[in-house]
Design a protein around this ligand. Structure first.
Ligand SMILES: Nc1nc2c(ncn2[C@@H]2O[C@H](COP(=O)(O)OP(=O)(O)OP(=O)(O)O)[C@@H](O)[C@H]2O)c(=O)[nH]1
Ligand SMILES: [Mg+2]
Length: 280
């Protein structure tokens, strides 16, 4: 038996969480078109060709503007040092930018480079980008699409071959170790992100304030009084739609109650971030 840890790192929005879900074959990390969706480490468990691979999704590495941003970068950087293998994701659609170069310059030479979103670009663009990436001299290179799944199985083959000897770490059929409360809070945030525009995605945080199944209360934090009506919607229509979409993903009979609160400085307050589970 072999087992080990692999981390997915890269700029925000390159498709790390989409790849984690594709590898696990279940949705274990929320995804959105907005950058900075993942705020904490999310672990997914994959059994592949005799190896147990624990894939760790991390927040996108970016220039932090708040304490939350600093903590997110810290989380991602710490994970790099703790795993058996690092996967650096690059977005083929947006190309190799300065942010990517910074990450590539800090990644260990044993890392795998994964060019993602290859479904969205022409073959020549893939070849051109791979030839640039090749100059960095990493262990191996992959061109995949996390959205269509193309290349994901070959990537898993190569990862499995790199895992050290070791025992099974998680019970069979377990796909993630995210606590249920964190998961429900994230599902609510994911649905809100689908409807949110402009700066709102960054302003929203969610946390379970009462966990007494089948009753589950989730608090939605915004930073300004003026954001409250946007999240609630006309006559409560947005909250209602969010509630319906999240309930569909929860056990039958769950009573989900959503509340919106203003916490002006939740992104900059260590007390608020601890309550949200985003720092110790
Ligand atoms: N066309 C295409 N889009 C993709 C692919 N993978 C991810 N996306 C899209 O890219 C956007 C970002 O995906 P995420 O998986 O949330 O990206 P992330 O790297 O986890 O982002 P952060 O958590 O913000 O750091 C979403 O709209 C995805 O649907 C892909 O292979 N092809
Ligand atoms: Mg993510």
């Amino acid at each position: 038996m072999r087992s080990g840890f692999v981390s997915l790192v890269g700029r925000p929005n390159v498709g790390k969480s989409t790849l984690l879900n594709a590898m696990v074959g279940h949705k274990v990390s929320i995804v959105s078109p907005h950058p900075n969706t993942t705020r904490s480490r999310i672990r997914g468990i994959v059994d592949h060709k005799g190896a147990e691979i624990v894939v760790v999704d991390t927040p996108g590495l970016h220039k932090p503007k708040t304490l939350l941003g600093e903590k997110m970068n810290e989380t991602a950087t710490e994970v790099i040092g703790e795993v058996d293998l690092v996967l650096v994701l690059i977005d083929a659609k947006s190309g190799i930018g300065r942010g990517d170069q910074m990450i590539l310059s800090r990644a260990p030479s044993s890392a795998f480079i994964v060019l993602n979103k290859c479904d969205a670009v022409k073959p020549k663009a893939i070849l051109d980008q791979l030839s640039v990436l090749g100059t960095f001299g990493f262990e191996d290179y992959f061109a995949i699409s996390s959205r269509t799944g193309k290349g994901v199985s070959e990537l898993l083959d190569a990862i499995a071959a790199k895992m050290p000897d070791g025992p099974k770490l998680f019970p069979r059929s377990m796909v993630s170790d995210t606590p249920k409360q964190m998961w429900v809070a994230d599902l609510v945030r994911e649905e809100l992100l689908k409807m949110a525009k402009e700066e709102l995605p960054h302003s929203i945080a969610t946390v379970v304030s009462e966990w007494d199944p089948p009753l589950v209360r989730v608090e939605i934090l915004v930073e300004r009084e003026s954001q409250k009506p946007i999240v609630i919607g006309k006559g409560g229509e947005i909250l209602k739609a969010v509630g319906i979409a999240v309930r569909r993903q929860l056990p039958k009979g769950t009573r989900l109650e959503l509340f919106v609160k203003v916490d002006k400085n939740w992104q900059g307050s260590s007390k608020s971030l601890s309550r949200l589970g985003l720092m110790p």
